[in-house]
Design a protein around this ligand. Structure first.
Ligand SMILES: [Zn+2]
Length: 482
């Protein structure tokens, strides 16, 4: 049975903040109402605040008497949330309030919409400490960023003085503790390759690869799911006398491709051969885990009309060579078998007569390695007359496995829970990765209460874990010699 949150949750300031945050629309790109609410709270509690050019908010809480020489601690969370409603649910994320319900130990929306515990609970935990008059601790700064969910945009453009301090707690990973994350380079190569008219007696064909699992390149790159972009390239290269007219493989730089298609011409007598090759390819592709409830299939069909242009044989060879040589998959592992460096050959697209392009995202825990892999790929494309450049990049947060801060935090966690904290390093991007590049002296930890199915209408937040993390954070900021 679902129960109203107000009746069940303890009368704590952080839950009140969380419920208020749920009532204020705050999808990515529309954080202003939530920011205004936090500013009003700052004013009410006589705390200084500032909004930077990117729209990020900082709220300053001065040190208590006797705590002036303590570390300056930044409590950081993101203001925005992913707006997702279940099929058939009418919900306007710009106007409607999210209505949380309690189901056992979980706060949910009853499966209707995203809850926004990511990262509303991070904001709530920070606000409780910033506004608690009884708290004796050093200077605290709440830093609330915008547009995290749409590519870390707020963190990327944050005012540098928002990050002046000694310690930063990023309240945005649903584990205790994340201590490092990979950096990333997104880059592309583009070229207009020579083309010509197809032979008039050729046969036009369309190939479509579907049913692959797909995934997030920061989370799933090590899984046995294959990439539709890479797989289609392999198949095309294996077909003799096929001439490409168009390719559309992959969509987003950080998505492992689920689908890929191409249009081409083949000699009219080669149709049976193509069908046999596709059938063999389909057998081979079954080694990969398909999308849930789907089967991986490459379908081939004849088209009614020939394409106007196809690549010349020399141009096609250049395209194929790059498609094969550009890196994809796990390139380097950590001692614990997690991924240290990876590349996602995300997109290959183009049409004869138009531009052809490759889009890649290289991630690494080690900035030098990321730059080396990226530069090798850029040079490979440039050597083949592709205009290739990095679109965006961010630094990694290299883990300090045995820092004093981590040891103290683990000891506090053990006192509260009776359990040892784990230490996670993630291959995806986190805001602390960007902060490292801007203030290398910041000591950072990332942690938050346990959640499930974030970014989906099934999102849920653990009530008991919220209380544990709240205690942990309170202990941390009130530790004299942190
Ligand atoms: Zn988040």
């Amino acid at each position: 049975m679902n129960t109203s949150v107000e009746k069940l949750l303890p009368d704590n300031a952080y839950w009140k903040y969380f419920l208020k945050i749920c009532s204020i629309p705050h999808p990515s790109g529309h954080e202003e109402k939530l920011r205004d609410f936090l500013i009003a709270e700052a004013v009410k509690h006589h705390l200084a605040y500032r909004v930077d050019d990117a729209g990020n908010l900082a709220i300053e809480r001065p040190a208590a008497a006797g705590w002036e020489n303590s570390a300056v601690i930044i409590l950081q969370a993101h203001l925005d949330m992913v707006p997702q409603a279940a099929e058939g649910v009418e919900f306007d994320f710009l106007r409607d309030s999210i209505v949380p319900v309690v189901e056992g130990d979980w706060v949910t929306t009853g499966g209707r919409t995203t809850l926004g515990a990511d990262d509303g609970m991070g904001v709530a935990l920070a606000m409780e400490l910033l506004t608690d008059k009884t708290l004796q601790c050093g200077a605290l700064r709440g830093v609330f960023t915008v547009s995290e969910e749409t590519g870390l945009g707020g963190a990327e453009d944050i005012a540098p003085d928002f990050l002046q301090g000694d310690i930063l707690f990023n309240l945005d990973s649903d584990v205790v503790f994340t201590i490092g994350c990979a950096g990333g380079s997104r880059f592309a190569g583009k070229s207009k390759l020579p083309d010509e008219m197809p032979e008039p007696d050729a046969l036009g064909v369309k190939l479509k690869l579907q049913g692959m699992h797909g995934g997030h390149s920061g989370v799933d790159i090590h899984l046995n799911i294959g990439s539709a972009t890479v797989a289609l390239g392999g198949f095309l290269r294996s077909v003799e006398n096929l001439r490409l007219a168009r390719v559309n493989a992959g969509t987003l730089h950080n998505a492992i491709a689920r689908e890929a298609e191409a249009e081409a011409v083949i000699p009219a007598g080669d149709w049976e051969k193509l069908c046999t090759a596709a059938a063999d390819f389909n057998c081979e592709m079954q080694k990969f885990t398909p999308a849930p409830g789907k089967e991986i299939t490459l379908s081939v069909e004849k088209t009614s009309a020939l394409p106007a242009k196809v690549l010349t044989p020399a141009a096609q060879k250049i395209l194929y060579d790059l498609w094969q040589k550009l890196p994809h998959g796990v390139l380097q592992k950590n001692a614990d078998n997690s991924t240290a460096t990876s590349s996602n050959l995300a997109v290959v697209s183009g049409a004869a007569g138009n531009e052809w392009s490759f889009i890649l995202l290289v991630r690494s825990l080690y900035d030098a390695e990321r730059k080396r892999v990226t530069n090798d790929a850029l040079n490979l494309m440039r050597d083949n007359d592709f205009a290739a450049d990095v679109d965006s990049e961010y630094t990694s947060w290299e883990p300090q496995w045995n820092s004093l801060l981590l040891e103290k935090a683990c000891a506090i966690y053990r006192d509260i829970t009776g359990k040892d904290a784990e230490r996670f390093v993630i291959h995806g991007g986190l805001e602390p990765g960007l902060f490292c590049g801007m203030n290398p002296n910041l000591q950072m930890l990332s942690f938050a209460p346990a959640t499930q199915s974030v970014h989906s209408p099934q999102e849920k937040l653990s009530i008991s874990d919220s209380e544990k993390v709240r205690k942990l954070l309170r202990e941390l900021v009130t530790t004299h010699d942190l």
